[in-house]
Every structure is written in structure tokens, then in C-alpha cells.
Design a protein around this ligand. Structure first.
Ligand SMILES: Cc1cc2nc3c(=O)[nH]c(=O)nc-3n(C[C@H](O)[C@H](O)[C@H](O)COP(=O)(O)O)c2cc1C
Length: 194
């Protein structure tokens, strides 16, 4: 039986149209093909002010927080800006905390203009999520606009890397759900499987 799971995708680009969004939509399509339920958060739609610790959180943040708390897995996509992730994604994360990310497997994806780019962006973002107690999976995916075409046709090796990225996330989501089931069985909520 297919496991019920919710995977949330976040686009960390304010650009419109956004190449990162396009790649994330391809990931979403493949997740849905695997029968995962998905939700998409586009940072551009949130139009967040710069985080102010003394100000009340906008209603959009409450909504995002509730969505993230439901997530069994997360895909965060960001374009590389000056060798790192965007200010927009850091601004969103500054509004959030452990509650939204702890124990959730997170898969990181970067897009870039340069073919050899993306790795620093992914490493920087990995560090930020470690501080948010997110469980960032080892698999990550980086793609340059120059490695594809407007239809997002991927060459076989890139296609395989994208599949392995998605599989890496699905495996960790599966482990998370098994652990939660076991935890419930320990508290007597559901009988343990033999
Ligand atoms: C302000 C800015 C800085 C950028 N810095 C880099 C960079 O350091 N390395 C790189 O490869 N591409 C860089 N790019 C290109 C973007 O990463 C690339 O176009 C990306 O795919 C844009 O995705 P988006 O349309 O989703 O925003 C930069 C673009 C902008 C606007």
C-alpha cells in the first residue's frame, strides 16, 4: 500500500517567471507520480516584509508555519545569488524556528547561471537548516540554466541525478513515517506490527 505523505516544496526566488520554480514544478510532478501529496509555497506570493523581531508575524507566516508542521518531507529550491542562497529565503527562515523543521527530511535544490555553481549555495543553506534542527538529506541537486532548455528537457545523466535526489527524499520520508508509527505503538496508540 502507498504511504500517505505530504511533501511541501518551497521556491526561494522572488523572480517571475522563476527558473527555480520551473525545476521545482518538475520535482513536484515526479513526486505526484509516486503518489505523494504535495503543497507548493512560492516565496513571491508571500510578499514578506523584512523580519522584525518586535513586529507581529504576518498572517502568511502563520499559514506557512501550519503547512510546514504538516509536512513529512520538504524540498527547498533557491537560485544562487552571489555564491549563496537568496536573501528572500533567509528572510522567510528568520520568521520560522525549530517547530517547523525538526525531524522533517529536507532536500535542497539550487539553480544557477554558471554550470559549476550551486554547491556553495547548497552548503550554506545546509548550515542554516542545521541550526533550525532540520534533517537535511545527503542528496542535493544543482542545475544551471545552461544545462537545459525552456522545456526543461534533461540529458540522461541529469535526469538520473534528479531521480536519485527524489528517491533520497522519499527514503527518508519513509523512515520518518515508520519511526512515528513505532513511537505511537510504544505509547499504545496503535498496535505494533509483527
Ligand atoms: C542578484 C543575482 C546574483 C546572481 N549570482 C549568481 C552567482 O553567483 N552564480 C551563478 O551561477 N548565478 C548567479 N545568478 C544567476 C541565477 O542564479 C540564475 O539565473 C537562477 O537560475 C535564477 O533563478 P530564478 O529565475 O528562479 O530566480 C545570479 C542572479 C542574480 C539576479
Amino acid at each position: 500500500m502507498e504511504q500517505e505523505r505530504i511533501i511541501v516544496l518551497i521556491n526561494g526566488s522572488m523572480n517571475n517567471p522563476s527558473f527555480t520554480k520551473k525545476v521545482l514544478k518538475e520535482v513536484e510532478k515526479r513526486l505526484q507520480k509516486n503518489k505523494a501529496k504535495t503543497m507548493f509555497i512560492d516565496i513571491r506570493d508571500l510578499q514578506l516584509p523584512v523580519y522584525d523581531p518586535k513586529a507581529e508575524s504576518p498572517k502568511e507566516i502563520i499559514e506557512v508555519s501550519n503547512i510546514l508542521k504538516k509536512a513529512d518531507g520538504l524540498v527547498v529550491g533557491v537560485p544562487e545569488y552571489h555564491g549563496s542562497y537568496t536573501g528572500a529565503v533567509k528572510n522567510l527562515l528568520d520568521y520560522l524556528g525549530f517547530e517547523e523543521f525538526q525531524q522533517t527530511p529536507i532536500a535542497l535544490l539550487a539553480t544557477a547561471g554558471g554550470i559549476k555553481s550551486g554547491t556553495n549555495t547548497l552548503n550554506h543553506l545546509r548550515l542554516v537548516f542545521r541550526n533550525l534542527h532540520g534533517h537535511v538529506i545527503p542528496q542535493q541537486f544543482a542545475i544551471s540554466k545552461n544545462e537545459t532548455n525552456p522545456e526543461l528537457e534533461l540529458d540522461p545523466s541529469m535526469d538520473l541525478r534528479l531521480e536519485k535526489f527524489i528517491q533520497g527524499l522519499e527514503t527518508e520520508v519513509h523512515k520518518k513515517l515508520l519511526f512515528e508509527k513505532w513511537e505511537k505503538s510504544q505509547s499504545g496508540e496503535v498496535p505494533a506490527e509483527k
